[in-house]
Design a protein. Structure first.
Ligand code: ADP
Ligand code: MG
Length: 241
């Protein structure tokens, strides 16, 4: 009797051990699957740095032309270091100084070229995707004020999973009245996106300290910003003339 019990306990232990191994293996497979899903959602650029610079200049020119500006996109000592980092990021190069799994938050003074640079990147990215009919989501470039309006008019759900570049992040009013309730659409959207791991890029004139102050998004969202973004500073004064 006692012997039989010992044996079955042994059996249970051994089956449990095997079952545990199977579950651990499953977890590894799920992680590998999620990584693959993320990888498939992100276009890795196939260019050399010199080619990338030429493409940024050419698509930068189209970006400026669309604004009816008769000037060429310039790469100089102020924006070249950021263009280099952007290159390492879009080619998935581990020499990128930040975290390749997070988005880019471009900061700098008014007029130093944040919007034009990230819009140029989105135009180039989307052009490649459309030209080659690739199965990657296009990057949607939107001003935070407009995004807030669109969230109010449509539903928050529409914006949770698609790749976004939020221009002038932090410039929208932080709270809105929604049928008598106070809501914080952009904060809420960022939380949801961070929960599902959607990559968000942004430009902002505000520092991290300001963005996470109580007058802006507060400490809790501020903490999320650290997990969502690589903070990159674009140097230089205003290029407007
Ligand atoms: N790389 C560039 N080369 C030439 N002109 C630029 C460049 N980047 C920006 N500009 C000029 O500077 C202006 C302001 O740039 P913008 O990207 O809107 O600044 P920010 O978003 O940092 O406030 C643009 O309208 C354009 O005329
Ligand atoms: Mg701007």
């Amino acid at each position: 009797m006692e012997k039989g019990k010992d044996l079955s306990t042994q059996e249970v232990i051994s089956t449990k051990q095997k079952f545990c191994d199977v579950l651990l293996n499953d977890a590894q497979n799920i992680i590998a699957g999620e990584k693959e899903k993320m990888r498939r959602r992100r276009l890795i650029f196939p260019f050399e740095y010199a080619e990338f610079q030429n493409l940024i200049k050419a698509f930068g020119n189209t970006c400026l032309a669309q604004r009816n500006q008769d000037r060429n996109f310039v790469i100089d000592k102020f924006n070249e270091p950021v263009i280099k980092q952007l290159y390492l990021y879009v080619t998935g190069n581990s020499s990128f100084t930040g975290d390749l799994a997070k988005g880019l938050l471009l900061q700098g003074k008014y007029g130093c070229g944040k919007t034009v640079l990230l819009e140029t990147y989105s135009m180039l990215h989307n052009h490649i995707v459309r030209k080659l009919s690739l199965n990657y989501p296009v990057l949607r470039f939107v001003k935070s004020v407009q995004l807030q309006e669109q969230i109010k008019e449509q539903s928050m759900e529409m914006f949770v999973k698609r790749p976004l570049i939020i221009d002038e992040f932090g410039r929208e009013s932080k709270t809105v009245m929604d049928y008598g309730n106070i809501s914080r659409p952009i904060s809420e959207l960022l939380s949801l996106r961070s929960d599902v791991g959607t990559i968000t890029h942004a430009t902002s004139n505000f520092t991290f300290k300001t963005l996470s102050s109580d007058e802006f998004y507060g400490g809790m969202i501020g903490d999320r910003l650290k997990t969502m973004f690589n903070f990159i500073t674009l140097q230089g004064e205003s290029r407007r003339k």
